[in-house]
Ligand binder design. Structure first.
Ligand code: SF4
Ligand code: MG
Length: 320
């Protein structure tokens, strides 16, 4: 359904040119939930914004294509891509307030979105709005429909945003850190909700997160990004249980073990490389405990290591 091929994106900022994405390949099938995980600055959000046609003006797509049902989104005009965003590709961002109208109540906002896409009376649209709120497990939908965004908690607002996105189910929902601002219990409820909507309405989801716990709960497949590149990808189970890339291993080691609340976390020493001056060789080499001479000189390609499991690391090149 969605096929990102060899996508490279650069930004011009005051200090120079930043290589935000280098040769990204991502494929999403109908009904699949795919997670992109990485630290901030790894290129996850830039990937999402590229699909949505929402990159900043100083961004430049230097290579690649984003094929959505035989159409290259990168060649579409602004109007068509806007239409696609409303209808076929939905979005959920970290801060639900940005997606909500501050001075319209929840019911009005849902009715408006529903009537943009369906020719129904106001009364019928209201009935559908209440259904949409029930679908996201809001217990007093008639009451919430009368409320304004500022009257709701963060978790409730994110439910409403999902209800809005689902009231005309898109084919693909792109969610960028949708639960990062929420506390853990609410986070888990919102993730379950997304799973439920994926199953009931067979919406594909591209979930962007810095949190491996989130991908493990929700995603069929996981893509690990580092410094604007994909360093590992495979079925979530394989990536989390049999990580092949030292960066994925380091991310897993920095996850809190829920059974041992007060253990010390192993933070990943060192810093993400400055993408104005991308390092030679493997982008992770300055932080990698297993770096070898070749790692400082040549960038390993993403290569198949087993079944659908791919990794970009010189340690693994003989395992294929
Ligand atoms: Fe570490 Fe080398 Fe693998 Fe990069 S290629 S992750 S530096 S071992
Ligand atoms: Mg981000």
């Amino acid at each position: 359904m969605l096929d990102i091929k060899n996508l490279s994106v650069e930004f011009n900022d005051l200090n120079g040119r930043v290589k935000a994405l280098t040769n990204i390949n991502i494929h999403i099938e109908q009904g699949e939930i795919v997670g992109i995980v990485g630290e901030s600055g790894s290129g996850k959000s830039v990937t999402a914004l590229s699909i949505l046609g929402l990159l900043d003006e100083n961004a430049h797509i230097s290579n690649g294509s984003i094929i959505y049902h035989d159409q290259n989104l990168l060649e579409m005009n602004v109007k068509d891509i806007q239409a696609l965003r409303g209808k076929k590709i939905g979005m959920v961002f970290q801060e639900p307030m940005t997606a909500l109208h501050p001075t319209m109540n929840i019911g009005q906002q849902l009715i408006e979105v529903i009537r943009q896409h369906k020719k129904v009376s106001k009364k019928e649209a209201y009935r559908l709005a209440i259904e949409a709120l029930k679908d996201v497990h809001i217990h007093h939908p008639e009451k919430v429909a009368k409320q304004y965004p500022f009257e709701l908690s963060g978790g409730m607002r994110q439910r409403v945003v999902i209800a809005l996105a689902m009231s005309n189910p898109p084919e693909l929902l792109i969610a960028d850190e949708p639960t990062t601002a929420l506390d853990v219990t609410i986070q888990s409820e919102i993730l379950n909700l997304m799973k439920e909507l994926n199953q009931k309405k067979s919406v594909s989801v591209l979930l962007i997160t810095h949190d491996l716990g989130v991908v493990s709960q929700l995603c069929d497949r996981t893509i690990v990004m580092y410094a604007g590149q994909i360093v590992e990808t495979g079925l979530t189970y394989d990536v989390l249980h049999f990580p092949k890339h030292p960066y994925t291993e380091a991310l897993l080691n920095s996850l809190p073990d829920l059974k041992q609340q007060d253990q010390l976390l192993e933070a990943i020493p060192g810093e993400v490389p400055d993408l104005r001056y991308p390092p030679m060789g493997c982008p992770f080499h300055s932080r990698c405990k297993q770096a070898m001479t070749i790692c400082r000189e040549h960038d390993p390609k993403l290569d198949i290591c087993e079944g659908n499991h791919y990794v970009a690391c010189w340690l693994r090149r003989d395992e294929a």
